[in-house]
Design a protein around this ligand. Structure first.
Ligand code: KQY
Length: 369
């Protein structure tokens, strides 16, 4: 029976592996809420189905869905995808799911962060979030993996690791007073070490312009492999993203990873700029207590928000003027994987993208441990 451990991953010899290491599967949640997803969430559901189906060509996929939507989700998802009843407040498995850790013997466990809907009562995106905060524990029960309950607020999309001791994150998110106001940078670094087994943190400044998560790194920059990162980019000096990406580049160029290496930075040109259309805003049910969706909002669009599966990279298609070049760039960066694009504007309209809706489970080595 999976249990909740009172130790920490680092004390037990566990570390978070890179996303590019082998997975035994991937989890998603089903989009349902009509104050996030327009038109009764049907267009978003079609986009989630396409993402799940693409990932399922590479590794087993499980989708969690409420009891009310179970039959609809089951009917829309391909039969090879496992569908389980799992309640949540929205559909961001990256952030509400467990962050998995592994040890040298090949055992797998999960970290369950405190979740506060990206800022709680000061800037959070909806209230309540109590069902979201139970998702990680439930996934770990289904996966049969022991759990660490971390004593601080974090979302999976706020961190990326190289699996060799290095973590990248943003100051905008992790130092935001709406997450852990009692913790300073040093205290956060110690907790990241304790719960992810990392030894070195590379702090970027801001996340993607107008990102409602307060600057999640998974929309800005990620590891392709140890020693190599992909960074969203624009050469348009008038674009607010220009100075953000330049600042991130400068910090990455200065940085050394946990093993003392300099990083190779791959620039990935951003789509757009993209804005929410009037018809898209009109299709969302505006409810009190939920982040409003307005026509003309600049969307936090980035091709970096892709998922790395065992054999595949699933990239959001967002802008016909830039999609092909982004696919070509990722194909150069990931020569050993099939890079596929999935139309993802409907996911972007909900405030995130493919990486935000997926969460990998690393493979246990040497049999089930
Ligand atoms: O960046 C992510 N990992 C999640 C995006 C969440 C958006 C909520 N509307």
């Amino acid at each position: 029976m999976p249990t909740t451990l009172l130790t920490t991953p680092a004390a037990d010899g566990f570390r978070m592996p890179g996303e590019f290491e082998r997975h035994s599967g991937c989890w998603l949640l089903w989009p349902e809420r009509t104050d996030t997803w327009r038109l009764g969430a049907r267009p978003a559901q079609a986009a989630f189905v396409a993402v799940a189906a693409a990932v399922a060509t590479s590794e087993p996929v499980t989708v969690g869905v409420s009891g009310r939507h179970y039959q609809s989700a089951r009917a829309q998802l391909p039969p090879e995808i496992r569908v389980v009843e799992l309640s949540s407040n929205d559909a961001w498995m990256r952030d509400v799911g467990p962050t998995m850790v592994v040890d040298a013997k090949g055992a797998v466990r999960g970290v369950d962060w405190i979740f506060n809907a990206w800022g709680g009562l000061s800037g959070g995106l909806y209230f309540p979030w109590d069902r979201d905060d139970l998702v990680a524990q439930k996934v770990l029960e289904v996966e049969g993996r022991d759990r660490y309950r971390a004593p601080f607020v974090l979302e999976g999309g706020a961190i990326h690791v190289d699996g060799q001791g290095t973590l990248i994150t943003t100051e905008e998110c992790l130092l935001n007073p709406n997450r852990n106001p009692h913790l300073d940078k040093g205290a956060i670094e110690i907790l990241l070490h304790e719960y992810l087994g990392i030894t070195s943190v590379i702090w970027l400044g801001k996340g993607v312009h107008n990102d409602e998560t307060d600057g999640h790194v998974d929309n800005l920059c990620c590891f392709a492999r140890p020693g190599e990162v992909v960074l969203t980019w624009t050469d348009d000096r008038r674009d607010p993203q220009y100075s953000i990406s330049r600042d991130a580049f400068a910090r990455l160029a200065e940085a050394r990873d946990a093993r003392g290496r300099r990083l190779k930075v791959h620039k990935l040109s951003q789509p757009g700029p993209l804005k929410r259309k009037a018809a898209e805003a009109a299709g969302v049910d505006a409810l009190e207590g939920t982040e409003p969706r307005q026509a003309g909002d600049r969307l936090a669009a980035s091709y970096v928000n892709f998922y790395i599966g065992n054999k595949i990279v699933v990239m959001p298609l967002l802008d016909a003027r830039h999609d092909r070049s982004a696919l070509a760039t990722l194909r150069r960066i990931f020569p050993g994987r099939r890079v596929v694009g999935v139309p993802a504007r409907e996911i972007l309209l909900g405030g995130g993208n493919i990486h935000c809706i997926t969460q990998q489970i690393p493979e246990a080595r040497g049999g089930r441990k």
